[in-house]
Design a protein around this ligand. Sequence first.
Ligand code: DCP
Ligand code: MG
Ligand code: MN
Length: 335
Amino acid sequence: QSSSALTTAGEGNEIIIQELQKLADAFRNKGDTWRSHGYNKAISAIKRCGKVLSCYEDAIALPGLSDKMARKVWEILETGSLKVSKVCEDSKTIALEIFTNIWGVGPSTAENWYQQGYRTLADVKEKVCLTKQQMIGLKYYEDFLQRIPRKEVEEIALIVSSAAKTIEPLISPIPVGSYRRGNSSCGDVDIMICIPDHLNSKSILSQLIISLKGSGLITDDLVTLEKEGNQRKYLGVCCLPGDRQKHRRLDIFVVPKSEEATALMHYTGSALFNRSIRLLAAKKGFSLSEHCLNGGVLREGLKVLNSGYIIPTPNEESIFKALDLEYRPPEERDH
Ligand code: DCP
Ligand code: MG
Ligand code: MN
């Protein structure tokens, strides 16, 4: 294949991406998010470039790839792997990977368990006093490692939608996250519900959860449900009816109408896209969050001296426009 061949999302560069991903994951599990981000940024630049990389020059030409990273790409091209990725095969990296794959276990807990001499899931089951979340994570360990096909996300979203409409006909939940970005499979199901101002958003979420538990879709909670229902985010577990169905992670986010566009953008992601557009906004004197877009922001380093004024954002397009950026549809926000 020639280096100028056009590809989509990393096609032709699979080995490079796979090797770099090993390190991104290993650093993430070690809690070194800074290095992990570095590798993830390189991966997204390679996926986005639409070319098959065949030499050092191809790699260094990509925006955001340092000389060091380009040399790594070159090493993979020459030898088929990265010498340093051997660190991913040592017993510690393997144990940390097993542990952080339990929902509710982060790098520091994993490190702690490793220091105590634990290496396997069996060790954890026998010897560790787990939190409620970790117990659920362990219970569905295998299921949660499986990707969810788009079709199944749609089925789950449909059930959530009809339950929501029974509670309040005016609301229509939308699937967000990797589903909205058009990914063929998703890590979890993310659903955003926008609530018109005159309705009580808090009670709608708790009514919805009660209804979905009643119908059997929701099987476990990963957040404690407050009695007063003062909650905007629900994290839980769901399962479609039928014998051979897997348990899936389900997130439901409730947002007020006034925050619809910024929340939609936030929950659509990707997380990497959110980080970069927020950084860009900050550089241009704006501040973008899931709640709103502010203009006229005055900063001194990281400190905000004046938070400026809220810019009306009726839809996602208006956010890009205010930031003087070309519109990017969800399918182009993977990196
Ligand atoms: N999000 C973010 N920063 C984070 C985590 C999440 O900005 N640290 C936003 C962007 C994500 C969205 O929330 O797209 C949903 O989070 P998920 O963890 O569900 O991620 P995705 O849906 O993008 O991917 P996956 O298929 O792995 O669920
Ligand atoms: Mg998701
Ligand atoms: Mn999610």
